[in-house]
Design a protein around this ligand. Structure first.
Ligand code: FE2
Ligand code: FE2
Length: 289
């Protein structure tokens, strides 16, 4: 496959066409990287750095999220009848499991107490996959910005930040794959089933938005327990970076999202909803907020 750089104006591909599906699977295989979480040379930390790392409130939530996502995505490969796309979803499941293994290795190495939840069994495979995918579109967008802030603030040693760079890049690929897959999936349905599929997606997105609005409001009310609850990518900037306004955080997330997405073939659709909401908020919110 020859990738089309994002700066060139590409010929659009019809979502769900054989060329689109081929490109989608091929981009995913071509950009997969090899690493082994069980053989990572974890950097030594000073007592102060170790205290900061182990004191972060979101480890348990991160482990629980990866548990749900990895089992859902792995099982979701069976949803797909196209053999290459099925392989690509299975590969994504492998990568999600590797995130869970990486977290297990990190928490074991630095003695962070974690309870490992039982493997998650999806209830409704397609709904769970859509829920996980749209959730990742929100979480990854904020994670890109947080990661940049953590890197710049020097809160963690650079060696430790570097270990997580492949995870960030994998999340870029996952949401890129997901938004294209959803579009292709919808196009392949008989015309009379498409509105219902759209409605289901809309309902799932609304549930994801409602959950984040709830987190943001709890934060606004100054609830100290909010940061250890779900949606930790929305709140973690308080823990890992120098103080930053919401306006500043959104600006960083937008810039990082654009920078990371620019590396991939421009013929693939980009996630638009979360960056669109963030761009609007960034435009209307006062800078001091
Ligand atoms: Fe993940
Ligand atoms: Fe992911």
């Amino acid at each position: 496959m020859s990738a089309v750089p994002a700066e060139l104006d590409p010929l659009p591909l019809r979502a769900g066409s054989p060329e689109h599906k081929r490109l989608l699977a091929q981009f995913f295989f071509d950009t997969h990287v090899d690493y082994d979480p069980e053989h990572i040379p974890w950097p030594g930390l000073s007592a102060e750095e170790l205290k900061r790392l182990t004191g972060l409130p979101f480890w348990q939530e991160a482990v629980s999220t990866e548990n749900v996502t990895s089992h859902t995505v792995t099982a979701a490969a069976t949803l797909e009848s196209d053999p290459q796309l099925r392989r690509a979803i299975a590969l994504q499941g492998f990568e999600e499991q590797r995130h869970a293994r990486l977290l297990a290795a990190l928490t074991a190495h630095y003695h962070i107490p974690i309870e490992h939840p039982p493997p998650y069994a999806p209830r409704n495979l397609e709904d769970d996959f859509l829920f996980a995918g749209f959730g990742e579109c929100f979480d990854s967008f904020f994670a890109f910005g947080l990661f940049a802030l953590a890197r710049e603030s020097g809160f963690f040693p650079a060696d430790l930040v570097t270990v997580f760079e492949p995870v960030m890049e994998e999340e870029v690929r996952h949401i890129l794959f997901f938004v294209n897959w959803v579009k292709a999936r919808r196009r392949q349905l008989p015309w009379w089933q498409r509105p219902l599929f759209r409605l289901r997606c809309g309902w799932i997105i609304l549930k994801q938005i409602a959950s984040r609005v709830k987190t943001a409001r709890t934060l606004g009310a100054g609830d100290p327990t909010a940061e250890s609850s779900e949606n930790f990518t929305l709140t973690a900037h308080q823990d890992i970076a120098a103080p930053i306004t919401l306006h500043g955080l959104l600006g960083t997330c937008l810039a990082e999202n654009d920078r990371r997405m620019a590396h991939y073939d421009a013929r693939l659709l980009r996630p638009r909803l979360v960056p669109g909401i963030a761009r609007t908020l960034h435009r209307i919110l006062p800078k001091r907020l």
